[in-house]
Design a protein around this ligand. Structure first.
Ligand code: ATP
Length: 269
C-alpha cells in the first residue's frame, strides 16, 4: 500500500508491462475540477476497481481513457500508446460497455452484433453470430430490438459487444448495477473468462462487497483525488485500527467500513 502523496505520482504495485498508465490526470468542467492529479496503472490480467462516492470523478476518468474527453493536463498510455495523441490506436485495444442508448435503436440484436463485429474487424457468420448470442442467453432475442430486452439482457448484450474483439483492457462503468444475482453471476463469469485470456479490467462499482470479492486492486478516489490504493486485504489491514473504522465496523472490518472511514459519511451531489 502506498500513501496518498505517492499515489499522485505513480502506483508502484502494478509492476512493469502496464496495460494502462494514467498519470497526473486533471479534468475540469469550466471552473470545477472534477479530476485532480489522478495516477494509477493496470497490469496485464489485473482487475482494478475505481471506487468513490457519487461525483468523485470515476466516470470522468473513464471518459478520458476512452478518448471522449480531453484532460486539462496529464497523460494516458494504453499498451504503451499515448492515448491523447493516438486515440484511434489506443481505442482499438479497449472494450467499452455502451449504455443501451448508445446503440442504433432501429436495428435488431443480431444486426447490431454483426454491425459491431464489422466495425471491430471480427469475422462472424450467421452461425457464429447465433452462437455468440446463445453464449449470453440471447439466441431467442436475435430479432428483437434492444428496447425490447430486460435490463439484465441489455447488459449481457453490451458486454458481449464490448468483448467481441477480445480487448486488452475492458472498461466497465457500474456493470452490475440493477442486475439480479443470476445476471450478475453470468456477467462475472464472462469477465473472468476475459481475464483468463489475458485481458485486464478497469471497473467502477458502488458495491463494496463486489469490489472486495472480484478486484485485485482498488483505487479509492474522492473529490477527484486518490485517497488510497491497495488490494482489498491491504486496505483493510492498513486501516483496521483507524478509529473511524472501529466506530462503524460491526466485528471484522470490511472494505465498506474502510471506504466510509476514508471518504466520510456525508451525502454527495
Ligand atoms: P457517480 O458515482 O455519481 O457516477 P462519478 O464518480 O462517476 O459519480 P463524475 O460523473 O465523473 O463522478 O463527476 C465528477 C464531477 O464532475 C461531479 O462534480 C459532477 O457533477 C461533475 N460533472 C460530471 N460531468 C459533467 C459535465 N458534463 N458538466 C459539468 N460537470 C460535470
Amino acid at each position: 500500500m502506498s500513501t496518498p502523496s505517492e499515489e499522485t505520482t505513480t502506483d508502484k504495485h502494478a509492476g512493469g508491462g502496464a496495460v494502462l498508465e494514467v498519470d497526473g490526470l486533471v479534468v475540469r468542467y469550466g471552473s470545477r475540477t472534477a479530476v485532480d492529479g489522478v495516477a494509477f496503472r493496470i497490469a496485464r490480467g489485473e482487475i482494478l476497481g475505481l471506487l468513490g462516492p457519487n461525483g468523485a470523478g470515476k466516470t470522468t476518468t473513464l471518459s478520458v481513457i476512452e478518448g471522449l474527453r480531453r484532460p486539462a493536463s496529464g497523460s494516458v498510455n494504453v499498451d504503451g500508446i499515448d492515448a491523447l495523441r493516438h486515440p484511434i490506436d489506443a481505442c482499438s485495444r479497449l472494450g467499452v460497455q455502451l449504455q443501451s442508448s448508445g446503440f442504433q435503436p432501429e436495428l435488431s440484436i443480431e444486426q447490431l452484433l454483426r454491425l459491431y463485429a464489422g466495425l471491430y474487424g471480427v469475422r462472424l457468420t450467421r452461425a457464429t453470430a447465433r452462437e455468440a448470442l446463445d453464449g449470453v442467453g440471447l439466441e431467442q432475442e436475435a430479432s428483437k430490438r434492444l428496447k425490447g430486452l430486460s435490463g439484465g439482457q441489455a447488459q449481457r448484450f453490451s458486454l458481449l459487444i464490448a468483448t467481441l474483439h477480445d480487448p486488452l483492457l475492458l472498461l466497465l462503468d457500474e456493470p452490475t448495477s440493477g442486475l439480479d444475482p443470476q445476471s450478475r453471476r453470468s456477467l462475472w463469469q464472462r469477465i473472468e473468462a476475459s481475464r483468463r485470456r489475458g485481458g485486464s479490467i478497469l471497473l467502477t462499482t458502488h458495491s463494496m462487497e463486489e469490489a472486495q470479492a472480484v478486484c485485485d486492486r482498488i483505487v479509492i478516489i474522492d473529490h477527484g483525488r486518490i485517497v488510497a490504493t491497495g488490494s482489498p486485504a491491504e486496505l483493510i489491514a492498513a486501516h483496521r485500527e483507524d478509529p473511524r473504522v472501529l466506530a462503524i465496523a460491526h466485528g471484522e472490518p470490511t472494505l465498506e467500513d474502510v471506504f466510509i472511514a476514508l471518504t466520510g459519511s456525508d451525502l454527495r451531489d
